[in-house]
Design a protein around this ligand. Structure first.
Ligand SMILES: [Fe+2]
Ligand SMILES: [Fe+2]
Length: 288
């Protein structure tokens, strides 16, 4: 494992005292009359047909696009928790076991706060519009825990999955974002920064260990996983727009995919992950 004992000790120490998100957030303030993602982080930001709609309708899309991020998080975190729980049982090094268990506890806290927001608000994403796939779930369960492919997919899931949420604390519009969502995003970003530091270190070590011919052979598959996941995450399916109450006669997904504001936002959100993976020799890009 690439993470030195010293860094692990620091990572473990910074996981305490543990903050329980269910206790820390003020759930009575869940508001659907506020934005959940900053307006500029929506897939239809700047699209004339969308900007003409009343603010209430545009805010409702922010609830559904944020809910899509949360549903993605619920799926990925359930896989991470499964893998880290299994790994901690098989790991002889007590520091690493503790790290894995800290991560299980933190991901459980995240998933519980995602569920709480969805449950209290009643905002739902229809199952077929969620980015989870049975194939990816099976692959995520079966890949060897110490392998380069497992850690590379974990980097993709962890970093892209959270990249839109990370725009909330940075947004100039933060005063307009719902307070519960804002605190949720900050808490998640802080803990994920730690997870990502560990995941990147493990990924870099595993990729460097792998023979060059193997990396070249697997690179197209990693490229497909990256662009396919990014497309489903950043460009919602039609059912998401319908669930948000947008008029059904417009092809909103096509408008989002052609939207230059969105393409810039996605390029910015995905850039750190693209740079990191390319630096390791993976050939990855966003779909054209
Ligand atoms: Fe998380
Ligand atoms: Fe995480």
């Amino acid at each position: 494992m690439a993470v030195s004992g010293n860094l692990l000790e620091r990572l473990n120490a910074s996981s305490t005292p543990y903050v329980d998100p269910l206790a820390a957030l003020q759930w009575e303030h869940v508001a659907t009359d506020a934005w959940w993602l900053p307006p500029e982080a929506l897939s239809l930001a700047g699209v004339a047909a969308f900007e003409r709609l009343p603010e209430r309708a545009r805010r409702r899309l922010s609830h559904h696009e944020f809910a899509l991020v949360l549903e993605t998080g619920l799926w990925l975190e359930s896989l991470f928790m499964e893998r880290f729980a299994r790994a901690s049982g098989a790991e002889p090094d007590p520091l690493l076991r503790a790290r894995y268990l800290h991560e299980v506890r933190e991901e459980a806290g995240h998933s519980l706060m995602f569920l709480e927001l969805l449950g209290r608000s009643g905002v739902r994403i229809p199952a077929p519009a969620q980015p989870r796939s049975a194939l990816a779930t099976t692959v995520g369960r079966l890949l060897p825990f110490r392998g380069a492919v497992f850690w590379t997919l974990t980097v993709i899931g962890e970093e892209l999955g959270d990249s839109l949420t990370r725009m909330i604390p940075r947004s100039v519009e933060q005063a307009t974002v719902s307070a519960v969502v804002y605190h949720m995003a900050r808490l998640h970003a802080r803990e994920e920064a730690r997870h990502i530091a560990h995941t990147r270190a493990a990924c870099a070590e595993a990729v460097r260990r792998m023979p060059g011919w193997r990396r070249a052979a697997l690179s197209p598959l990693i490229g497909l996983a990256f662009s396919g996941f990014a497309d489903r995450l950043y460009y919602p399916q039609r059912a998401v727009y319908l669930a948000a109450g947008l008029p059904g006669e417009v092809d909103w997904r096509a408008l989002a995919r052609a939207n230059p504001v969105r393409r810039r936002c996605v390029a910015q959100a995905a850039a750190p992950t693209l740079d990191f993976l390319r630096g390791l020799g993976w050939s990855v890009r966003l779909a054209g």
